[in-house]
Design a protein around this ligand. Structure first.
Ligand code: ZN
Length: 584
């Protein structure tokens, strides 16, 4: 699957080396045939309906009862919308395979003729049109067998698994398909509700770890326990269910900004020693990201991590962790660090459109090499960049410049950049940082994440970011027009190609660029034991070499550029794989 490639590159250092994602142990119980999803539900980020653009999604109060034996859910969602202009209808998204029992508006049950949900876009005609500035409270009561993921998180849906001792272990992961797989929402990156209450009811003995703050536990119904969670501005696919016989590690972290952040880790019983070791990694990971980027965005809620049967996902304040406490020579859990980075790049700053998804994945992927540089130094920094460099595809531009659905970004056969939003995105940021310097790079990044260069805990508002806005921030903090950099790296597929020719004692350098776009990228050349920077104005440069001198282009590996050796290595590996297959 295409997503195997893309999410595989999340696992930069460890599991990915063996090509296939590691299955959880034990394997999920065989899932019943998943009901067919409509194309509309299957894809996330389709253009929003005019009715969705015309409302503020103020609140979602979700009551969900989970029945592990029947693998079904019973949902009761109360959604509050504020109309920005007069409205006759409310439109939300909900998988049409989940039958709706009834819909009520402001406590009055609607006749069935007032709503329809043919393909997963649920249109509700209001009993009375809503004036601008007025609110409607829409209650959707539904039930059914939710879509089951075959190989989460590479495809989305419910994961009905079992712990090693046979107890239910359940999760959701819906990045690609969207929130509408299990609750009525606006399935678009900009469809975040301002507030979500989660009341998750599970069989007694199981724990439900949710987004945001724990508000209480209700055991008044025999045999069932309801966990209440409250989260502000959760990203749409960041809302998740995580249910199992969990135990918890708890601590507090006093940040460099002076605020206290609750740390929580829900892990499976019997894994306390490994869980404790991983829990110890929370602090240095937080301190690195806070020192480099800025305050942890959800410090007044928690840094939460939950062990899941699937590999991982950046669920807001409750990161899914299924890396099985892997150990690598890099000495840290790369999956946890990647997902935690998404709290800044994905949840605090959410891309305004899937076309800008590299702002989530490129930045979140670059945080692993940067963390390595911070923890251990340059060897690990460059080693992790090298792994990403070998995986770059260059099949389509990272950013197309027009709105995209999630699938159209992730799938190369649908014309998307695929996994390049991860590794190539990270290497573009590495090149940018080398070009404009650490300070300018981090200032522009802070503007992207927080909308300010001086973020303070308690005064943070989640925001939507765009590529154009990041480019403008880079231009502003550097005082230079850096559009040429982004035009080539982000908006074209092919990498810049540095061509060098030596004639006598003259070394001629030329940037060969697709569509002949300007690319005045300076090039370092090491001649003997000196490094000379060739300015490359107009994409060309020249250097006089001493007699018998040897030279190295870009000796400090600052530049992402086309180098045939990567293409040759990839072609060789693919040919070998084909041969192996034939043998089988
Ligand atoms: Zn990611």
């Amino acid at each position: 699957m295409k997503k195997t490639l893309s999410l595989c590159s999340v696992l930069l250092l460890s599991a990915c080396a063996s090509t296939v994602p590691v299955a959880p142990a034990p394997a999920p119980v065989q899932a019943p045939a998943a009901p067919r999803l409509s194309d509309y539900t299957l894809n996330s980020g389709a253009e929003r309906a005019p009715e969705q653009l015309a409302v503020v999604f103020e609140h979602a109060d979700l009551k969900l009862r989970i029945d592990p034996d029947a693998r079904s859910i019973a949902g009761d969602a109360t959604l509050t919308f504020l109309a920005k202009s007069p409205q006759a209808r409310i439109v939300v998204d909900l998988d049409h395979n989940l039958p709706i029992d009834f819909i009520a508006v402001d406590n009055a049950v609607l006749p069935k003729s007032a709503w329809s949900n043919p393909e997963g876009r649920l249109t509700i005609t209001l009993p009375q049109p809503l004036d601008a500035g007025a609110r409607a409270t829409v209650r959707v009561v539904y039930h059914g067998v939710p879509h089951v993921a075959v190989r989460a998180p590479w495809d989305g849906g419910f994961v009905w698994s079992r712990t090693p001792d046979g107890q239910p272990w359940i999760a959701t992961a819906v990045e690609g398909e969207g929130c509408d797989l299990f609750w009525p929402c606006i399935d678009h990156p900009m469809g975040k509700p301002l507030m979500v209450d989660e009341h998750i009811t599970v069989p007694t003995g199981l724990v439900s770890a949710g987004n945001g703050i724990a508000m209480g536990v209700d055991t008044s119904v025999p045999g069932w326990t309801t966990y209440h969670w409250l989260a502000k501005n959760p990203s749409t696919y960041g809302v998740s269910l995580n249910i199992g016989p969990y135990e918890t590690l708890s601590s507090n972290y006093i940040s460099r900004f002076g605020n206290t952040i609750p740390l929580r880790f829900w892990y499976l019983r019997g894994e306390e020693p490994q869980a404790k070791v991983l829990f110890e990694e929370f602090r240095p990971m937080l301190d690195f990201l806070e020192s480099a980027i800025g305050p942890y965005p959800f410090g007044d809620e928690k840094m939460g991590v939950v062990e899941t049967p699937h590999k991982g996902m950046e669920h807001q304040t409750i990161n899914a962790y299924g890396n099985k406490y892997a150990k690598t020579a890099y000495g840290y859990d790369d999956l946890l660090q990647h997902e935690l980075s998404h709290e800044w790049f994905g949840n605090q700053m959410t891309n305004a459109n899937w076309d800008d998804m590299w702002l989530h994945e490129g930045f979140a992927s670059y945080m692993q090499p940067l963390y390595m540089e911070y923890l251990h130094g340059e060897q690990e920094y460059f080693a992790s960049l090298m792994r990403m460099r070998a995986g770059i595809l260059n099949k389509a531009p990272i950013v197309s410049g027009s709105p995209k659905r999630e699938e159209d970004v992730y799938n190369t056969d649908r014309g998307g950049p695929g996994s390049d939003i991860y590794g190539k995105g990270a290497l573009i940021l590495h090149t940018l940082r080398a070009q404009i310097g650490e300070d300018a790079f981090l200032r522009a990044t802070r503007r992207l994440v927080y909308g300010t260069e001086t973020p303070r805990p308690g005064a943070l508002t989640p925001r939507y970011g765009t590529t154009k806005e990041f480019i403008a921030a880079v231009n502003d903090v550097t005082g230079k027009d850096m559009n040429w950099f982004f035009n080539v790296y982000l908006y074209q597929a092919a990498l810049p190609d540095l061509q060098s020719i030596q004639k006598g004692n003259q070394l001629y350098l030329t940037w060969k660029i697709e569509n002949d776009k300007p690319f005045p990228m300076p090039v370092d050349v090491r001649v003997g034991d000196h490094v000379v920077t060739v300015p490359m104005k107009d994409g060309r440069g020249q250097l006089t070499l001493p007699a018998l001198a040897t030279y190295t282009l870009d000796p400090h590996s600052k530049l992402l550029r086309r180098e045939p050796r990567f293409e040759e290595a990839r072609a060789y590996t693919e040919a070998q794989k084909k041969l192996e297959k034939k043998k089988d």
